[in-house]
Design a binder for this molecule. Structure first.
Ligand code: ATP
Ligand code: MG
Length: 616
């Protein structure tokens, strides 16, 4: 640009110089013509005066003086016919009039001098000399062309010098401009481009500030602006990182929808809930990713929030994915505004409330069971009284009269059945009655009472039961809780064992396999059931973990483990499936300490302290 400026400057100077020179040339010639007219008039007047004074030699003198003038090449005086009378220099014979000069004579008027060009650009002024009313001759003055040219050259020279000075001055000015304007402007331009192409790259900033002019101030302002953008961007990035980490790590499902009901942002927990990869969500709608009617319910809620611009809370959704148990989600939706007037997105918070729901159900079930247990216990209790009467009566009947044989046989059978009823009611009562304090309990009775409860299931499935325990073995414990543990383990074993399988229940006085100092009882409940896969075995003690889709709550083993840990005991399981070769089955080993002090401590211990005991 600057080079162009210099070129333009030079061109305009040349043009200007040419026009000026041409004008000066014209002026020089104009002035020369005037001068010639004036000089011719002056010479004519002097010649006229000399003639009037009758001193024609004075006219010759005037011509000589005129010829001395620097601008005059030759001055001469002729008679009316053109014959040379006086000449300023040289020989008269050589100064005879040129035919072009001769041709001027007839054109001459009395008052006006005449200026003309002749023979190769020679200029000459001529004026008639009148004295005493008669034409006495002509005064001729020829200009000195060298003098005019000199003048012209001087003008040209000064124009050229002026032009050169002008160009040099302009170039200097341009250089100065380049230094103080163009260079900083170039830096600013490059800085702006780099900011536009890679806004994140602030390595090129701040831009260097040279000088103290307005451009330097603009660059300073630009640097401040970039620094402030950078600061804002880093603040924004921090906020975004916070939001992103919240979105990624929040243990709840989060999703955002635009006005067309499409996902614009979603976190992993939400994606896990829909069962689709995270990347598949963006740009899709709820019905494309979730089963009906949940998708519709959730979408309706989103539309409602857009419409009413009010949050919607605690929408309970039940999702039944194929071959899985139903999940319960708790959804809340709220408007996301970018300006106070406009709701741009709707955010949805989703909580998987399945476990809560299941524990509520389990609690309800437990309460129902407890109520049923209480009812069963009260019925058993009420049956017990008339039963005792029946037993006594049967005894009397057997001993009081001599009964004939078949009748006696029937009474004995009735007595036998009445005893069975009594046993069942006793066990039902014992099963329900929870001791509030630990006490010494007979383990054989306890295990029998549990097995009696499952007697009919065992015989229906034709499961061979092997009992291996000492009738006198007792343990200082919470009998009700220990009974619950065995009930869970036996129930699980029966659930897993196919028809014709075996169930083995064993109890032995033993020592803790982790701490041989501690004595107690080791129980083994082993079945020849289906066994557990390693993944199932690893999770078996988790609350709500079950493989029995409809019938199981998944709490049995968890509750059992809690009880064992609380009693400072140990539990260990080994299991294998048919896939692992050999015969499948599961073996639970439990150690319960026979420790008065520990049992009493458990009663008063805080729950955290109690659960510190280990289970393996
Ligand atoms: N003896 C066993 N043989 C095979 N699998 C077992 C055995 N005991 C437990 N399991 C597995 O462990 C899971 C958890 O058992 P747990 O007793 O906690 O719950 P559940 O039996 O499924 O339900 P609930 O006891 O509440 O009715 C079972 O679903 C089952 O898959
Ligand atoms: Mg169970």
């Amino acid at each position: 640009m600057l080079a162009g400026l210099v070129l333009l400057e030079a061109l305009s100077i040349v043009l200007f110089g040419t026009i000026l020179t041409e004008q000066q040339r014209r002026e020089v010639y104009d002035r020369a013509q005037h001068r010639l007219a004036h000089q011719a008039t002056s010479l004519a007047l002097q010649a006229k005066e000399a003639l009037q004074q009758e001193r024609p030699d004075w006219a010759g003198l005037s011509a000589t003086m005129m010829g001395e003038a620097p601008s005059v090449a030759l001055a001469k005086i002729t008679d009316p016919s053109g014959k040379i009378l006086f000449v300023s220099r040289g020989d008269k014979a050589n100064a005879a009039l040129d035919p072009a000069e001769q041709a001027q004579i007839p054109l001459m008027t009395r008052d006006e001098p005449r200026v003309f060009e002749f023979a190769n650009q020679r200029w000459e002024g001529v004026k008639p000399i009148y004295a005493g009313g008669a034409l006495r001759g002509f005064a001729w003055v020829e200009t000195d062309r060298a003098w005019d040219h000199e003048q012209l050259d001087a003008i040209l020279r000064s124009t050229v010098i002026f032009g050169v000075i002008w160009i040099v001055a302009s170039a200097l000015l341009v250089l100065l401009m380049a230094h103080s304007i163009s260079r900083p402007l170039g830096i600013l331009l490059r800085g702006t481009r780099s900011l536009m192409s890679s806004p994140e790259n602030s390595g090129k900033f701040p831009l260097p500030v040279t000088g103290h002019n307005e451009i330097a101030h603009i660059i300073e302002a630009f640097n401040r602006m970039v620094a402030s953008i950078d600061e804002q961007r880093s603040g924004l990035n921090d906020t975004l990182s916070l939001l992103d980490s919240m979105l990624a790590n929040a243990p709840i499902g989060l999703a955002f929808f635009d006005r067309r009901g499409r996902f614009v942002r979603v976190n992993q927990v939400f994606a896990d809930m829909t069962g689709e990869p995270l990347s598949r969500h963006l740009g899709r709608t709820l019905p494309e990713l979730l089963p009906q009617p949940v998708a519709q319910q959730l979408e309706d809620t989103v539309w409602r929030v857009f419409e009413q611009e009010q949050p919607a809370r605690d929408l309970e959704l039940t999702v039944q994915a194929e071959a899985q148990r139903a999940s319960t989600w708790l959804a809340s939706a709220y408007p996301v505004r970018t300006t106070p007037q406009q709701v741009r997105w709707v955010g949805v918070i989703m909580l998987d409330a399945s476990e809560r729901k299941r524990s509520e159900e389990a609690l309800r079930k437990t309460e129902k069971l407890a109520a049923t247990g209480r009812l069963a216990a009260s019925i058993a209790h009420e049956i017990n009284n008339p039963l005792e009467a029946i037993t006594n009566l049967l005894f009397l009947l057997r001993n009081y009269c001599e009964l004939a044989d078949p009748a006696l046989g029937y009474v004995v059978m009735a007595e036998h059945e009445a005893r069975r009823i009594s046993e069942i009611t006793q066990q039902t009562l014992r099963f329900y009655r929870q001791s509030t304090l630990p006490a010494r309990a007979n383990m054989s009775e306890l295990l029998d009472s549990v097995l009696t409860l499952y007697h009919s299931r065992l015989s229906t499935l034709n499961i061979q039961l092997e009992r291996d325990y000492d009738a006198t073995m007792d343990l200082f414990c919470f009998a009700g809780e220990v009974r619950q543990v065995f009930a869970n383990l036996v129930a699980n074993a029966i659930d897993a064992t196919p028809e014709g399988g075996r169930l083995m229940v064993r109890a032995r006085r033993s020592r803790n396999w982790r701490d041989p100092e501690q004595t107690g009882v080791r129980f083994v409940i082993a079945d020849t059931g289906l066994g557990m896969e390693p993944e199932v075995c690893a999770r078996a003690f988790e609350p709500f973990f079950t493989t029995k889709e409809v019938t199981g709550t998944g709490l049995g083993l968890w509750v059992s483990q809690e009880i064992i840990v609380k009693s400072r005991g140990l539990v260990h399981v080994r299991s294998r499936t048919a896939r692992e070769g050999a015969s499948p089955g599961t073996v639970f080993q439990i150690f319960l300490p026979d420790d008065h002090k520990a049992a009493l401590d458990v009663k008063s211990a805080a729950p955290e302290e109690a659960s510190a005991a280990s289970a393996s």
